[in-house]
Design a protein around this ligand. Structure first.
Ligand code: BGC
Length: 744
């Protein structure tokens, strides 16, 4: 649907005063409008230094959702806005709105575009009827460093190819054909650019990398999102090669606007324009405004800079005024595309909210989608699936806990979350389930450190809920009576997400103690792991018979986990980030370059560590199933390929088990020598295929010259003649290989 005409938008722009224009470029948290008496001298308004008059000119609202609230705010705003330009409502629907889905890193582990599409569609519908116009998702920052807390938000993990295909699938699912239609929302892709490469994995830190490296690995996912119609982009907090991304002219103007022809709206991240002062790039607030507008940022999210310092430059410099006009035009166009001029409430609808949100069909769907995101990391002697008749001890702080939705699920309705304890009891009967908490997720002093910086109530050590030793003893008593121990352990949800960088990515010491003590009982032990990042497991893995990685699985997590543990559903996810041996290996990723001294023997002078293995603990693309898949007979249709040709590679995959299930078959390529060194392996394709018991299938991939291209040192995207290897396998490590030659 095309709404009011381009001409009318331009006329509207002409009618606007400079204050009204600048107002459109400011985003505030909308709770302010809900106060009966708006008080500009306290709270967020004070920090933003906004007068009431300025407030009624702002263009968009951050993280207010709910049809009734949205309508109320829109009404109040429009009653005082001279030109009746509706507000835009933008929200962080990161892994769902009321239904919390698995966190993005988990979604990526499904290696199933339909899983991402379905999650995006349901999230878009739920949030759109609750008044959301724009979603700050997907986050497609390439993530190679498990210390960085935000890896939990990255759909593609450490892989540029996955990042690309997931970016496209998600953006298209959010936006549909027409963003004004019911159930569609505009997608704001973030964070431009290379935020995942922050030094030492410390959030907001510096990023410095060659342009070639940037184009090759970090840019593809953002580019794919742009090419598939993403309406908005968000800048990142980091410096990119000396210049903060938010005021980086090369990034925003040369690359995004000119080269990639991005026509949509660019918003700063939260307060990021103002932060260019702390970076030591902008001299003061006035110059922060100047730098950001010159770079081409359209909306200032939650800082006082545009609202208070942009006007001066507009009055002084015609060119700046023109830039403001361009930005406002982009914002008005987005509002128009969303149909807000015809219907400022958009699709917000209280009745529909009641009928649709958290409906049964979607909850059932959510459970199935969630199950595809789990990764079975270990299953010694097929200890899983569990036997319905055994006596099970559920032990650990996640057994009786509904806080399994991750750190971005602030809107989710937790009333529908079940505990694993309840669901398992329901399934196998109370008499077959024993329970003991065993330990807290974190010790008091550790959780208090986290709560303190969030200004939240800390826990008094005297009131420490569980005394560590006593609790472990109790757990041992309980476990003693069982046939098998299921440990429900992991990170606190506040340990991953924004501003959650960690230098220790192991399980908390108290949880490790619990494992060590229970191990002494000599019983079978299965760990279900809740977390938002790759966890260091080398100190506990050998004590566990099975490990099921479930990330933060969301609203239907408990049901989904139970069905997988008992074999009603076969796990099929695979890792999108390598798990390191220990944190000293970070950043670690499978698609690295080869050194001149690859570690391939016991010789000393090789690129290796003295104290740990060089390889990751669990590689990218790894994940088990209750099926046993055997790969054989890799075949290649020809050994030489020319530019306009393609070749087929095939492999036989056989399910040697009585279970049915999905296998993700991965295809990688290596360019053996080139004008710049190429990675040892790069994912170029995958298929998720269903196998019946004992079924054997031939799986084929097509290779064409596009897949062999790379950015050379002249910053040209080229393919060079030479030898290549193709690998097909069940992970980045476990592959069969063949060679072929490309002739230009
Ligand atoms: C985060 C963004 C988020 C924004 C709005 C920032 O702190 O970096 O990812 O979309 O806040 O909540």
């Amino acid at each position: 649907m095309i709404n009011i005409k381009d001409k009318e938008i331009k006329e509207l722009l002409n009618e606007m005063t400079i204050d009204e224009k600048i107002g459109q470029m400011v985003q505030v948290a909308g709770d302010i409008f809900l106060e009966d008496d708006i008080n500009v001298s306290t709270g967020p308004l004070k920090n933003l230094e906004l007068s009431e008059e300025k407030l009624y000119n702002v263009g968009s609202i951050l993280n207010v959702i709910g049809a009734e609230r949205v309508k109320k705010i829109q009404d109040k705003y429009l009653s005082k806005n001279r030109l009746k330009i509706p507000l835009l409502f933008m929200d962080d629907i990161i892994n769902g709105y009321k239904i919390a889905f698995p966190i993005p890193i988990a979604q990526g582990c499904s290696w199933n575009l339909e899983v991402l599409r379905n999650i995006a569609k349901i999230s878009a519908m739920e949030s759109n009827i609750a008044g959301a116009n724009v979603n700050f998702s997907p986050m497609v920052d390439l993530s190679r460093d498990a210390r960085w807390g935000r890896v939990m938000e990255s759909v593609g993990g450490e892989d540029p190819y996955l990042g690309k295909v997931y970016a496209k699938a998600t953006v298209k699912a959010y936006q549909g054909e027409d963003i004004s239609r019911l159930g569609n929302i505009a997608s704001c892709v973030k964070h431009i650019a290379a935020y995942g490469a922050v030094e030492a994995g410390r959030d907001y830190n510096t990023v410095d990398m060659s342009e070639r490296e940037f184009r090759q690995y970090y840019l593809p996912a953002y580019k794919e999102a742009i090419e598939n119609g993403a309406e908005m982009l968000m800048t990142s907090f980091n410096i990119l090669n000396g210049v903060p991304a938010t005021v980086n002219k090369w990034l925003i103007q040369d690359l995004l606007r000119k080269e990639l022809k991005f026509k949509g709206v660019i918003i700063s991240d939260y307060g990021a324009i103002e932060e260019t002062i702390a970076h030591g790039f902008s001299k003061n607030e006035e110059y922060a405004a100047l730098n950001a507008i010159k770079a081409g940022v359209d909306i200032d999210m939650m800082s006082k800079i545009y609202a208070n310092y942009l006007k001066k430059w507009c009055l002084e410099d015609k060119e700046i005024e023109n830039k403001v006009n361009e930005s406002v035009l982009r914002i008005l166009n987005l509002k128009n595309k969303l149909g807000l001029f015809e219907n400022p409430y958009s699709n917000a609808d209280v009745e529909k909210e009641k009928r649709y949100i958290m409906n049964k069909t979607n909850l059932e769907k959510a459970k199935k989608l969630t199950q595809e995101t789990f990764v079975l990391l270990k299953n010694k002697d097929n200890v899983l699936p569990l036997n319905n008749n055994s006596k099970i001890a559920l032990i650990g702080p996640y057994a009786d806990n509904i806080a399994i939705t991750g750190s971005w699920s602030m809107f989710s309705d937790k009333t529908k979350n079940s505990t694993i304890l309840d669901v398992v009891k329901n399934k196998v009967g109370n008499e077959n389930v024993l329970y003991s908490k065993g330990t807290e997720i974190l010790r008091c002093e550790e959780i208090n450190k986290i709560l303190k910086v969030e200004n939240m109530q800390t826990i008094s050590i005297d009131n420490e809920p569980l005394k560590e030793k006593e609790a472990i003893e109790k757990a041992k008593e309980v476990a003693e009576k069982s046939d098998i121990i299921i440990l429900l352990l992991g990170e606190h949800y506040k340990q991953s997400g924004e501003a959650c960088s960690r230098s220790n990515i192991g399980l908390p010491e108290n949880q490790v103690n619990l494992i060590n003590e229970l191990y002494k009982l000599n019983k079978k032990m299965v760990m279900v792991l809740f977390n938002g990042r790759p966890i260091q497991l080398n100190n506990v893995e050998n004590k566990l018979d099975a490990i099921l990685e479930v990330w933060f699985p969301g609203t239907t997590g408990a049901e989904a986990i139970t069905e997988v543990l008992f074999g009603d559903v076969n796990p099929s996810g695979k890792l999108t980030m390598s798990f390191p041996q220990n944190v000293g290996q970070c950043p670690i990723y499978y698609n690295h370059y080869s050194t001149g001294r690859p570690h391939n023997s016991d010789f000393k002078y090789l690129s290796r560590y003295q104290d740990i293995e060089t390889e990751s603990f669990y590689p990218f693309g790894y994940g088990l199933s209750y099926c046993k898949f055997i790969y054989s007979n890799l075949q290649i249709s020809k050994s030489k390929m020319r530019k306009d040709e393609s070749i087929l590679v095939g492999v036989d995959v056989e399910n040697k088990s009585q279970y049915e299930g999905y296998e993700i078959i991965e295809m990688y390529i290596q360019d053996l020598y080139a004008s710049v060194v190429r990675p040892v392996k790069e994912l170029k394709g995958f298929q998720k295929v269903f196998f019946k018991p004992f079924e054997k299938k031939k799986i084929e991939f097509e290779i064409n010259s596009e897949m062999l291209k790379f950015w050379n040192n002249d910053l040209k995207y080229v393919v060079e003649s030479g030898e290549f290897k193709v690998f097909i396998g069940s992970s980045s490590k476990d592959t069969l290989e063949e060679k072929f030659e490309f002739i230009d």
